[in-house]
Write a new protein. Structure first.
Length: 485
């Protein structure tokens, strides 16, 4: 079931605009590994760009019409590429086919047994858990993930096995392009306010995604999440669709019996329905938090849907140790752990803060938060602030605009004011360069610092660690032993 409108040779010599992006780079990498002559451009150099070049891709820095090779067979874009981009304009003038990233990914999945992972939160983690655990079992899956597992460029791989695991992004409805054998829906909430005006639109979009599941395929969906349960009722009766539910609800097909935290890991016990063998299994999830435990159970259910024995897959899930920006430990200095979180939606912020609280012991949880998108902050700024009240103290940066233009009157003050109303210790900081010194002055031994958000707040982690290390060195020089010597 190849995507309509893509010529058979369109992806032979593709040119990617924004090739260094998390989603684009993965598709480009798999195409290179399949033998395509891949080229592209990005606004800046990066480790991901370097990894693509090492594989043989041609990558230009900066966007210009001249970057587009004379023999390019297509130009691949994401929804973030504006119509006036010089390379896109040149492609249209020259009649070169323009292919959306989702169509290219759908073409890559053709001929495989695809698992498409959807939901408002948790897609990257669940996709990563599946990719790693299936690989551990020797099934050699192909995968495209929205984040790097360990090193730049590890977000994708062309495997020799029949399974293909991919994130299915609902933000721009591009997940309607996929025809998975197994669809996972982790949760359903209102987000991406520039594209969805109401929950009814969200439900309609997810229902369209479910309708794309191949005949005889399976929907794996949360039995606990209110939006997911509502969606389950809306797709009930779809011909040829098997539904497997997971969660703590008594009627879940894969029921979570217990989640026991152990520092920054968890031990999870589940019971499978009789139709799945009726087993009770206990396994380790090597990242903290109840929400990550549920992601692991969703992965387990999806594997069962493809006849991967749960008793084998459960222990293999422990081999997943995290993905960049998903509660990723960046380092420790002066007794302070610095952790990076991609959380940007209120539900994600609260879940990550609750998860990290379990590993903080007697230490404090300090957050550097960067709101992401004007549209999201406009709609959810109050809820973001309420979630930040779970931290011991927070510093809030200006909004990271990404692809959006500013909206009059919409600033990070919406988050800060809401956090204050809920009793949070919150500080505004408009000067990003001041953050490392500010946090180094706040944090003490045993504390955990989270850099949190979907923008460039992630870059502050190493700078905070360096400032903490400098502070420790200065303290050592001022110690009595050193003064006496």
């Amino acid at each position: 079931m190849a995507p309509a409108g893509i010529a058979p040779d369109a992806l032979d010599r593709p040119h990617f605009i924004g090739i260094g992006g998390a989603g684009m780079s993965g598709v480009a990498k798999v195409l290179v590994q399949r033998g395509a002559r891949v080229a592209g451009s990005d606004s800046k150099d990066s480790p991901i760009v370097a990894a693509l070049r090492d594989l043989g891709a041609t990558v230009h820095i900066g966007h210009a019409a001249g970057n587009l090779a004379p023999d390019a067979t297509s130009v691949v874009i994401s929804s973030a590429i504006r119509a006036d981009n010089a390379e896109l304009v040149a492609a249209n003038e020259r009649g070169i086919p323009v292919v959306h990233r989702s169509d290219a990914l759908a073409a890559l999945m053709d001929g495989h047994r695809p698992i498409a992972v959807a939901g408002t939160h948790g897609k990257t983690t669940t996709t990563s858990m599946l990719a790693v655990s299936l690989g551990t079992l020797g099934l050699d899956p192909s995968y495209v993930i929205g984040g790097d597992l360990d090193v730049p460029g590890s977000s994708a791989e062309h495997g020799g096995g029949e399974i293909f695991v991919a994130e299915a992004d609902e933000s721009d409805r591009s997940f309607h392009k996929y025809a998975p054998e197994v669809a996972i829906i982790l949760n359903v909430e209102l987000d991406h306010h520039a594209n969805y005006a109401s929950m009814d639109e969200i439900y309609d979009s997810f229902r369209t995604f479910v309708e794309r599941v191949r005949p005889g395929g399976t929907l794996v969906i949360s039995a606990d999440h209110e939006g997911a349960r509502e969606l389950t009722t809306k797709v009930a009766g779809q011909d040829g669709l098997r539904v497997l539910t997971y969660g703590e609800a008594a009627d879940a097909d894969v029921r979570v019996l217990e989640v026991v935290p152990h520092g920054l890991t968890s031990e999870v016990t589940v019971r499978l329905a009789e139709a799945l063998g009726g087993e009770e299994l206990t396994f380790t999830v090597s990242v903290p938090g109840r929400h990550y435990a549920h992601n692991a159970v969703a992965a387990l259910a999806a594997g069962a849907a493809l006849d991967v024995p749960a008793r084998d897959l459960a222990p293999a899930i422990a081999s997943y140790t995290g993905v960049k920006r998903r509660l990723q430990l960046k380092g420790t200095a002066a007794g302070v752990q610095v952790i990076d979180s991609y959380a940007h939606h209120p539900t994600e912020i609260a879940a990550d803060l609750e998860a990290i609280r379990g590993g903080a012991g007697e230490g404090r949880v300090l957050v550097v938060f960067q709101p992401h998108l004007f549209s999201r902050t406009q709609e959810l700024g109050a809820e973001m602030g309420e979630a930040l009240a779970l931290a011991d103290a927070s510093v809030v940066l200006d909004i990271y605009p990404a692809r959006e233009d500013p909206v009059p009157g919409i600033t990070s003050a919406l988050v800060i004011d809401a956090a204050s109303r809920h009793g949070a210790d919150v500080t505004a900081e408009h000067d990003r360069s001041a953050i490392p010194g500010l946090i180094a002055g706040m944090a003490g031994p045993g504390d955990l610092v989270l850099t949190m958000g979907a923008g460039d707040v992630t870059d502050l982690g190493p700078e905070i660690l360096a400032r903490l290390q400098t502070r420790r060195a200065r303290s050592a020089l001022r110690s009595p032993a050193n003064r006496e010597s």
